[in-house]
Design a protein around this ligand. Structure first.
Ligand SMILES: Nc1ncnc2c1ncn2[C@@H]1O[C@H](COP(=O)(O)OP(=O)(O)O)[C@@H](O)[C@H]1O
Ligand SMILES: [Mg+2]
Length: 350
């Protein structure tokens, strides 16, 4: 199947693939000793079939909390979701699901990969055993069929000698190989949605590139929608169709990768882009450089624009009123009183 990107030279298409996941007004807070931490505030975005969406922003801005809210992996006793919050999968709101219902979904229709592969692997069981368990839980395959499928999956994620690897324990594999196993496990049941939270960040740069290419290839074959969480805009440029930019728990901009890189509308997006050396070039340490100023505390958010203190374009309104999200109806939205003009260019080679 061809990639469903819309960031090629073609003009915007009318036939957008179906929405598979719809996050609406997601607010997630935690009760802590220090008070209520509002980690995610009023976040909305869609994921369409077969597309890759990058979720970016500095550390602590709420990316992982957003993904764990979708997977319902946050500690129930301290986590609260806003009353308006919805996470819709085929029209059903996952926030109203029981843990039992979620368990059926997880790894079946929605799979997740974390930064550290050992989060998903059990050190005391062989690779083969663990993949077999996943298939046992989610499919009706018999023992022989499962074994064949496991070998096939290991082969698919380009693990050499899958027959031998089958019998090995996680510690016998390198970090990159372990993450491949986790990807195999995530893809075992052909999920509609794959959420990858910094899947390659812990790996060295060449292995990172391999892992991301692998995910992309597998996606092109399966049509799985990917939500790729990363702080690395270079990764987004190389692997995603669209991008959702978060700042201090809110989505500040959504755009196609092309629009965001060539014409960022939110001053924060612009600052992020300017903080990477040369987009499109793979360099070590190409991370989001920090932007001057500090992020407001999640315990006490200003009612105004959360980025105002650090913003080069700040005007009076920005320090008094919370900007609402404006949407151009073409998949582009921004939460800013004074979006950056159309003439700006980041100089990113295309
Ligand atoms: N279980 C928790 N209890 C309290 N605060 C939390 C919890 N999990 C995350 N947070 C806070 O929520 C904010 C967003 O965190 P996170 O989503 O992990 O950021 P990132 O964008 O780096 O993934 C951070 O300030 C973090 O400290
Ligand atoms: Mg995170």
């Amino acid at each position: 199947m061809a990639t469903m990107t819309d960031n090629s030279a073609a003009p915007s298409t009318n036939e957008t693939p179906a929405v598979v996941l719809s996050v609406r007004n997601l607010s997630t807070s935690f009760r802590t000793d220090r008070g209520v931490v509002n980690a995610v505030s009023d976040v909305s975005f869609d994921l369409h079939r077969g597309e890759s969406v990058g979720l970016v922003g500095e550390s602590g801005c709420g990316k992982s909390v957003t993904s764990k809210s979708i997977m319902r992996l946050l500690p129930d006793h301290i986590t609260r979701y806003g009353t308006e919050s919805q996470i819709r999968l085929d029209g059903e709101n996952l926030l109203s699901y029981s843990e039992k219902q979620m368990r059926v979904l997880r790894g079946d229709r929605i799979a997740m990969i974390f930064q550290e592969p050992m989060t998903a692997l059990n050190p005391v069981f062989t690779i083969g055993w663990q993949l077999d368990e996943a298939l046992k839980y989610h499919t009706k395959l018999n023992r022989r069929q499962r074994k064949a499928r496991v070998i096939e999956l290991l082969d698919m994620v380009e693990i050499p000698n899958p027959d031998r690897r089958y019998q090995e324990y996680p510690h016998q594999l390198s970090g990159g190989m372990r993450q491949r196993v986790v990807i195999a496990m995530a893809l075992a049941c052909e999920p509609e949605i794959l959420i990858a939270d910094e899947p390659a960040t812990a790996l060295d740069v060449t292995i990172q590139a391999q892992i991301l290419r692998l995910m992309k290839n597998l996606q092109e074959r399966s049509g799985t929608a990917i939500l790729l969480i990363t702080h690395d805009l270079g990764v987004v440029a190389q692997t995603c169709d669209r991008v959702v930019v978060m700042y201090a728990g809110q989505v500040v901009e959504q755009a196609s990768v092309r629009d965001l890189f060539h014409n960022p509308a939110h001053p924060y997006s612009k600052a992020l882009l300017e903080s990477i050396p040369q987009s499109g070039r793979k360099e070590k340490g190409k991370r989001l450089a920090t932007i001057d100023g500090i992020v407001p505390s999640l315990l006490d958010m200003p009612k105004a624009c959360r980025f105002a203190d650090r913003c080069d374009y700040r005007q009076d309104l920005c320090t008094t009123d919370l900007p609402q999200v404006t949407d151009d109806g073409n998949g582009r939205s921004v939460r800013c009183h004074y979006p950056v003009g159309q003439s700006s260019s980041t100089g990113s080679g295309s």
